[in-house]
Design a protein around this ligand. Structure first.
Ligand SMILES: [Zn+2]
Length: 81
């Protein structure tokens, strides 16, 4: 591998889209080059965070608050006492 890994190569490696025959070459470079290893780790973290966020966005929202109707009923009961 000549020079450092490109952003595209790092992203492809994370996505698993990098051609298999090129992966050993990139992995060797990542093992030997702290700069690219750090860039790879940062890019991997970003991808994981985005995937976690999109999973959370797709999940059904937990019902944490009472429905507005229930809140209104309690308020009316309070006024009547
Ligand atoms: Zn490098």
């Amino acid at each position: 591998m000549k020079g450092h890994a490109s952003e595209a190569e790092l992203n492809d490696r994370i996505d698993g889209g990098l051609a298999l025959r090129r992966r050993p070459e990139l992995d060797r470079h990542l093992a030997a080059c702290a700069a690219c290893a750090a860039r790879y780790a940062t890019a991997e973290q970003t991808v994981k965070r985005i995937r976690a966020l999109s999973r959370r966005a797709q999940a059904p929202r937990p019902v944490a608050r009472p429905a507005p109707a229930a809140r209104d009923r309690r308020r009316h009961q309070g006024l009547n006492q």
